[in-house]
Design a protein around this ligand. Structure first.
Ligand SMILES: Cc1cc2nc3c(=O)[nH]c(=O)nc-3n(C[C@H](O)[C@H](O)[C@H](O)COP(=O)(O)OP(=O)(O)OC[C@H]3O[C@@H](n4cnc5c(N)ncnc54)[C@H](O)[C@@H]3O)c2cc1C
Length: 459
């Protein structure tokens, strides 16, 4: 009775919406991007503004509720939700304001990457982020953020200028290089450990029409192409970001039917600069490699490459993924990759190597908690399929592949490419020399670990 009255008071205090198990829309509101993860929160607070977020944090803390913070809900292990606790759902807080003069962008915590791309494109600008437009900008940013502009413009966190944060005690603060500097440092890679970010301000970069798209070759050429790619990338201009994928051609339009289901090696590129320069930069892919079975590289608006893979990856698929950072790609590692890629359990399952060289290396490892600024790639192995009955098979493949290539990777991995079963030692290894400093920031801003539904840094 008392609990019901407390929730009713909380409901009345919000401009946004409270959604409980008995409410219509609860199942849609609690659903996550990863269909493998199902959680049943006690209360979902879909906040409309910062005042709502403050109420929600105070309500959760005062009632000893487990708290999950939800941005885009794309997190692999489903840390945007929790069982039997409170979800602070920010998905309705979506505003984007672009200042074309200072080339800065203020974005709400409910924005997807596509929301920000859309708003910026009108000004010929872009904020460096990821490669699928439905991803939440908040979670992506707080973990680091890699994508097509990384080599030239840095990680998403390298372009974060300021963040507004509601802390565990309900206080509202701004973090930047001149205010609450320790918190600002922690936010740039330390995930949602320190508070609820209610606004982000980013530096934007010119990006309008890019030369971009995938090229694909039959898997029999994969060894040669991987060897070629490891030598090509360090010499390629930073305006060109090309990531490598071991994949299968999806048996669906718009792919040509005669290659449906074929195992392939893909180079997926985006050149952000004059098209002639892009043609020149990518020319070796045509002159030095076998003839591709598919070449869809062409000029397109930046948001088009950013959303090119969205239709293949709708919400609700089963996902199991593991990541690692990679410095070198020796022939033995290529052999291990090919052995496991050939056993991929579904057409959507993949291995990607995303470049983290160039601008990422300009900052020192201790300048942000994201501590792998001497790697060459962020690797992800993702086992993906629509069928829940195949979940166990997806996990088996993902784990076996990752364990086999692990000897060829660096310590730790990208927190945004981890599941929930990685363990404290791996989180520690991920942050390396920055771990103890993160613990100190956590102790200062969230000493009771109110925000623990994440890759947790224990105070
Ligand atoms: C299809 C797909 C493509 C992807 N591509 C890329 C890519 O190209 N590059 C890349 O870097 N990553 C990529 N990712 C990984 C992505 O960065 C993570 O999944 C990230 O967690 C998604 O953030 P979100 O806001 O959608 O997730 P959520 O599940 O909502 O949140 C993720 C985590 O962040 C915390 N959080 C969210 N919002 C806030 C906030 N406002 N304040 C404090 N904490 C918060 C949550 O508590 C949770 O721990 C991709 C993921 C998917 C599924």
């Amino acid at each position: 009775m008392q609990a019901a009255a407390t929730t009713a008071n909380f409901r009345a205090s919000l401009r946004g919406q409270i959604i409980e198990p008995r409410d219509q829309g609860y199942d849609e509101a609690r659903s996550l991007y990863n269909g493998m993860i199902e959680k049943r929160p006690r209360v979902i607070a879909r906040c409309a503004d910062v005042a709502d977020v403050i109420s929600a944090v105070n309500f959760g803390r005062d009632n000893d509720l487990l708290i999950a913070i939800r941005g885009g809900g794309h997190n692999g292990p489903g840390f945007g939700s929790c069982d039997d606790g409170l979800v602070i759902d920010l998905s309705a807080m979506k505003g984007v304001r672009v200042d074309p003069t200072s080339r800065t962008v203020r974005a709400g915590p409910g924005c997807t990457q596509g929301d920000v791309d859309h708003a910026c494109h009108a000004f010929g600008l872009a904020v460096p982020a990821g490669i699928v437009s439905t991803t939440g900008l908040a979670g992506l940013t707080l973990g680091g953020g890699t994508g097509y502009l990384t080599r030239n413009c840095g990680l998403t966190i390298d372009n974060l200028i300021e963040a507004d944060v509601v802390l565990a005690d309900g206080r509202f603060v701004t973090a930047s290089s001149s205010q609450n500097e320790d918190l600002f440092w922690g936010l740039r890679g330390g995930g949602g450990n320190f508070g609820v970010v209610t606004s982000f301000m980013f530096r934007a970069h010119p990006a309008s029409t890019v030369l971009a798209g995938p090229m694909m070759w039959e898997i029999k050429h994969a060894r040669q192409i991987m060897q070629w790619y490891r030598d090509f990338l360090p010499k390629a201009p930073l305006e060109l970001c090309t990531f490598l994928g071991l994949k299968t051609v999806p048996s669906t339009e718009p792919f040509p039917k005669d290659i449906w289901g074929k195992k392939i090696v893909a180079l997926i590129s985006c050149y952000n600069g004059p098209a002639e320069d892009g043609q020149k930069a990518m020319q070796p892919m045509r002159s030095e490699l076998p003839v591709a079975i598919l070449d869809w590289v062409g000029p397109m608006p930046f948001p088009a490459i950013q959303s090119m893979f969205d239709p293949l990856l709708p919400k609700g698929l089963q996902w199991y993924w593991k990541g690692a950072y990679v410095r070198e790609l020796p022939d033995q590692a290529i052999d291990v990759h090919l052995e496991h890629a050939m056993k991929a359990p579904s057409e959507l399952s993949l291995m990607h190597l995303y470049p983290i060289d160039g601008a990422v290396h300009r900052l020192g490892n201790d300048e942000t908690p994201w501590s792998c600024r001497d790697g060459t790639w962020s690797m992800v192995i993702a086992a993906i399929d629509p069928d829940p009955a195949r979940a166990a098979q997806l996990k088996r493949w993902g784990k076996a592949y990752w364990e086999a290539v692990n000897p060829f990777t660096m310590g730790g991995g990208y927190v945004n490419f981890m599941m929930g079963d990685e363990g404290d030692a791996r989180i520690k290894a991920t942050y390396g020399g920055n771990f103890e400093r993160l613990v100190a920031v956590k102790r200062k801003y969230d000493p009771n670990n109110l925000f623990r539904v994440n890759q947790n840094i224990k105070p």
